[in-house]
Design a protein around this ligand. Structure first.
Ligand code: PLP
Length: 376
């Protein structure tokens, strides 16, 4: 099996699997006052420290959630609950993941004014463009760090710095899911008040993530109940999944730079092989090396995806969340109309090799021969 769909999810690392088992065995409720509860609480705090350290945050600024979707919903609806009575404008990008885009659209239906900034011809949104969209009526700016469909990296730190200088009261949120443990960043450099993180993109299990809430930033809780996570996120913490999350973070913590360099090499090899093939367009490859958007001229994404699957090679058409729906994000990144039905997202892991890429390009070559009849 050659798995090249790591932006959708990753295979859990053995450290995470072992930690999940440990978390299952340590079955006490972290809120219980007896020793079993204390043991579980201690385990949680160890993981909180690992996640906090990875982004240069304080432990008390990390709240565990069920994943980035919950984190971003908490951030966006929380910012609205805190400030939306007095202010109405939200500034965001036109290429956010649905876990950000949809809560914002919901607030738009409720009367918020939403400014969606499109990437320029280089796939960038300049900090100045973001600042220019913010006004006195703005309560939230939400901007992703790494786009999940093409890998574009936005200068979130630059944008948030300008905004905080002129409008310090605006809440800044960043979906860092595709950058976390892949592209080095710290909360300080990013200047975000709120950051969404997910476990399953970094070799941890699904169903766990975190929201960073900068000390001093107050948003109300989204989940009400027993008051876990200092009252910010009620519901008994999933100790096993959180243990898996923490273990995956620790396993990567001193490898971010090395893995990034490696990923750059594998992406360069992919680009070279696409050029050699002649019929494969590289739509976007100047962002995160972990994600490369390509189009195989004349072959529909889904047909090719299933052809590759039969050969044991797993890729994605656009993003996993689009489930075959034509992606508006691809259009926003100015992929020519004639290539937009043929987009494949190749998303590599720290373990992907040049040989994996050779196998992919070889199989695409076979498809170009045998699937020729379905040319558009
Ligand atoms: N944000 C981005 C950029 C993503 O790629 C994803 C997952 O595809 C999410 C958010 C959602 O994360 P989760 O599955 O943890 O809710």
């Amino acid at each position: 099996m050659i798995y090249l769909d790591n932006a959708a999810t990753t295979k859990p690392c053995h450290e995470a699997v072992e930690a999940v088992l440990k978390g299952l065995e340590c079955f006490g409720n972290p809120s219980s006052l007896h020793s079993l509860g204390l043991e579980a609480e201690n385990l949680l705090n160890e993981q909180r420290e690992a996640v906090a350290d990875a982004i240069g945050a304080q432990d008390k600024e990390i709240f565990f959630t069920s994943g980035a979707t919950e984190s971003s919903n908490t951030a966006i609806f929380g910012a609205f609950a805190a400030h939306g009575k007095r202010k109405r404008r939200i500034v965001t990008t036109s290429v956010e993941h649905p876990s950000v885009a949809n809560p914002i659209s919901k607030l738009e239906q409720q009367g918020c004014e939403v400014i969606r900034l499109s990437p320029d011809e280089n796939g960038q949104i300049s900090p100045k463009a973001v600042l220019d969209a913010v006004n006195e009526d703005t309560f939230l700016v939400s901007m992703m760090l790494v786009n999940n469909e093409v890998g574009a990296i936005f200068d979130v730190g630059g944008a948030f710095a300008l905004i905080k200088k002129k409008y310090p009261q605006v809440v800044t949120h960043c979906d860092c899911v595709q950058g976390f443990m892949k592209i080095p960043f710290s909360v300080k450099k990013l200047g975000a008040d709120l950051i969404s993180l997910s476990g399953h993109k970094i070799y941890a299990p699904k169903g766990v993530g975190a929201l960073y809430v900068k000390s001093g930033v107050h948003i109300p809780p989204f989940m009400l109940g027993g008051g876990q996570e200092k009252g910010f996120r009620s519901g008994t913490e999933s100790v096993p999944l959180i243990c898996g999350f923490g273990a995956a973070v620790r396993a990567l913590s001193d490898k971010v730079e090395i893995n990034l360099e490696r990923a750059r090499g594998v992406q360069a090899h992919l680009i070279e092989k696409c050029a050699e093939n002649g019929g494969i367009a590289v739509n976007f490859a100047h962002g995160s090396p972990y994600i490369t958007s390509i189009s195989v001229d004349g072959l529909k994404s889904e047909v090719l995806l299933h052809f590759l699957e039969k050969k044991g090679i797993f890729v994605s058409s656009g993003s996993a969340c689009s489930k075959g729906k034509k992606s508006s994000v691809i259009k926003e990144f100015r992929v020519p109309e004639k290539l937009s039905d043929s987009v494949l997202r190749i998303s590599i892991s720290a373990a992907t090799t040049n040989e994996d890429i050779d196998a992919l390009i070889g199989a695409v070559g076979e498809a170009q021969g045998s699937l020729a009849r379905i040319k558009k």
